[in-house]
Design a binder for this molecule. Structure first.
Ligand code: ADP
Ligand code: MG
Length: 241
């Protein structure tokens, strides 16, 4: 479904992604791990075209996203959902308004239809009763579940998560991972940047280890965690577990 094809990304003289290659099949969960500054967020942003790679291609269902026009991308953009570390909810909108904004504006959906779909996803993340609340009145875990429901409201084919639990108090991490696990069980294609090694072990089909702009090692969770081949991977895993 997604093929990352010799992606390189440079900011000024700083090369932050160095010849990244990888494939994600439909229904797979890929967890990306690695130290801070290794390029994980930049890679996700290159996949959904928040950043344009300096060279290389991102194939999505056979189309090279880096070659699509802005208008084509806005259509395609509906197919890639993104969840950020800091939720990025619109603070001046209620929960349900957060969910219906893009379907109404981008998909030209009617208010009634968008609300119906929004409520479906809010129910799915266990927050139907918060539809009319404002984000600030919710806990971090609830806000992140709303952010997931908001991404799902656009009916994405792939969901990208950038450290979705890193900003949460420890007692709220579980409820967000639970929702993500359920999505994986339903065969949603997902790319998840995370430090939650338990989640990666249990849920990932592939784990990618990034360091210094390189995708140094990619394998099954079992191989990466039990038999890492690269010294850097070993060091990282020993430190984090
Ligand atoms: P990670 O998510 O693994 O912590 P990032 O992808 O955020 O890593 O960052 C990788 C490197 O790219 C860092 O050195 C960071 O400073 C740099 N970087 C990221 N975004 C930008 C940007 N917009 N402009 C300049 N440098 C950036
Ligand atoms: Mg990051």
């Amino acid at each position: 479904m997604i093929k990352i094809d010799h992606i390189q990304k440079q900011f000024e003289k700083n090369e932050v992604l160095k010849d990244i290659n990888g494939e994600v099949n439909k229904g797979e969960v890929v967890c990306i791990i690695g130290p801070s500054g290794s390029g994980k967020s930049t890679l996700l942003r290159c996949i959904n075209q928040l950043e344009t790679p300096t060279s290389g291609a991102v194939w999505f269902n056979g189309k090279d996203l880096t070659k699509e026009t802005a208008q084509q991308l806005s259509t395609l953009g509906e197919s890639i959902g993104m969840v950020f570390q800091n939720f990025n909810l619109f603070p001046n909108l209620t929960v349900i308004e957060n969910l219906t904004l893009a379907p109404i504006r981008v998909k030209k959906m009617s208010q009634t239809e968008a609300k119906k779909i929004g409520m479906k996803y809010l129910t799915r993340v266990g927050l139907a009763e918060k539809a009319d609340a404002y984000p600030a009145s919710l806990s971090g875990g609830q806000q992140q579940r709303v952010a997931i429901a908001r991404a799902l409201s656009m009916n994405p084919e792939v969901m990208l998560f950038d450290e979705p639990t890193s900003a949460l108090d420890p007692e709220m991490v579980g409820e967000v991972l639970q929702v993500m696990q359920e999505l994986a069980d339903e065969k949603m294609t997902m790319i998840v940047v995370t430090h939650e090694m338990g989640f990666a072990k249990k849920v990932a089909d592939q784990v990618w280890f990034m360091d210094g702009g390189y995708l140094l090692e990619k394998d099954t969770p079992k191989e990466i965690f039990d038999h890492p081949k690269e010294e850097r991977t070993k060091d990282f895993i020993n430190k984090i577990i």
